[in-house]
Design a protein around this ligand. Structure first.
Ligand code: SAH
Length: 206
């Protein structure tokens, strides 16, 4: 239903992404009280003032990553863990970092429950990246940032992609950047609204 009603009509066409979105159980990543509307066309609160993105936004970001199956991916903003579970189905190795420990631990429990073994969860400021696991083939930031954090560009492979909502506090544009010869070639995609990326190279404070 979600895939046929919300994703295909809006232009999501990568068959691997569509298949993963049919298979990953989104209802297990939303709060118990929201289970009935887990597949609805909207973002949802997941506690700690954070949200799980609307299915379409998850789909477009995932499609823009252009995953073939052999990549090492870094996600900033684990949140519920839903996006990371999708990435795990589409890539080889996923590292996901979250600044709120309670969310990270809850997501790690879900991955264990589902038997997903190719995700490593990390707690900390994702704007600094994860130097010890770099370089990454793909980086996805699932929180809004005023600019792309410099450390992340340093940890992206040449030829790699980064997908990130960049802009102001309450309105951003989804950007796909391709790293070539230490430059970042940018493509501008849909308008969006994400919760803020808070950290040394994002927004400061709450
Ligand atoms: N990808 C998530 C949605 C994330 S919402 C999902 O599928 O559910 C954005 C998340 O980014 C929030 O959980 C927030 O706590 C986290 N976040 C914000 N700033 C961060 C930072 N500097 N490092 C890591 N995580 C951060």
């Amino acid at each position: 239903m979600m895939v046929d009603a919300q994703l295909i009509p809006r232009g999501i066409s990568d068959s691997r992404v569509l298949e993963a979105m049919r298979n990953v159980p989104r209802h297990l990543f939303v709060p118990e009280s929201m289970k009935d509307s887990a597949y609805a066309d909207m973002a949802m609160a997941i506690g700690e003032n954070q949200t799980i993105s609307q299915p379409y936004m998850v789909a477009i970001m995932t499609e823009l990553l252009g995953l073939a199956g052999d990549e090492k991916v870094l996600e900033i903003g684990t949140g519920s863990g839903y996006q990371a579970a999708l990435l795990a189905a589409l890539a080889k190795e996923v590292h996901t970092i979250e600044r709120i420990a309670a969310l990270s631990e809850r997501a790690a429990d879900k991955f264990r429950e589902l038997g997903i073994e190719n995700i490593s969860t990390h707690i900390g400021d994702g704007t600094l990246g994860l130097a010890e696991y770099a370089p990454f083939d793909r980086i996805i930031i699932t929180a809004a940032t005023p600019e792309i954090p410099a450390p992340l560009l340093g940890q992206l492979k040449d030829g790699g992609f980064i997908v990130v909502p960049v802009g102001e506090r309450f309105s951003q544009t989804l950007i796909k950047g391709t790293k070539t010869d230490k430059m970042l070639l940018k493509e501008y995609h849909t308008a969006c609204v994400f919760v803020p990326l808070i950290g040394e190279f994002g927004w400061k404070g709450q």
